[in-house]
Design a protein around this ligand. Structure first.
Ligand SMILES: [Zn+2]
Length: 185
């Protein structure tokens, strides 16, 4: 009788053990799911074409490095790469009419396709200079005729010199708060 009882309890202990194991595995999986639901990663910028995201992110980073906290995800700016018919126009910022709707950045598709990373950055930052910082054009140049700002119109006489050596200086100028909102002045 004793022998029978001992033999018959063994399987039930095993069963209990495997149940606990299974339960632990399930509990772990559930934990992971819960974590993802609570903290979804913010990905991308609504209304902005995906190939422009990297430049939007950089714009935020460079602003942050200069003490400005900019969130382009909530700035109500849409952006796209699209053919612009007008000759020599590489980018455009359309302001929302009476602040109704979103400001819209357009980058010329032909320019985009033939340009380097720095060229793309130059034009996206210029248009965000209008559409986010509310900057107008600034044609100032040094005594050699080099543009002092990436906010130059491109229709005047100064020469661009946006390179790895001058980039920091140009971005300091772009985010200089003395120029912000000067489009409305
Ligand atoms: Zn412009």
């Amino acid at each position: 009788m004793n022998a029978y009882i001992q033999w018959s309890t063994r399987p039930s202990i095993l069963t209990l053990f495997s149940f606990v194991c299974l339960f632990l595995v399930t509990a772990c999986q559930e934990d992971e799911e819960v974590v993802e639901e609570i903290e979804p990663r913010e990905v991308g910028y609504p209304g902005v074409e995906e190939e422009l995201w990297v430049y939007f992110e950089r714009f935020e980073e460079e602003a942050f490095n200069r003490g400005l906290n900019i969130n382009l995800r909530t700035a109500n700016i849409t952006a796209q790469v699209q053919e612009i018919d007008e000759n020599r126009v590489l980018g455009r910022c359309n302001f929302a009419f009476h602040r109704f709707g979103a400001n819209r950045v357009t980058i010329d598709e032909a320019f985009w396709n033939r340009s380097s990373d720095r060229g793309r950055e130059f034009v996206v930052f210029h248009e965000l200079g209008h559409c986010y910082l509310n900057r107008g054009h600034r044609e100032a140049s040094d005594n050699r005729g080099t543009c002092l700002s990436i906010m130059r119109s491109g229709t005047e006489f100064c020469r661009d010199n946006y390179s790895q050596f001058t980039r920091t200086r140009y971005l300091d100028e772009l985010f200089d708060t003395q120029f912000a909102n000067d489009i409305f002045q």
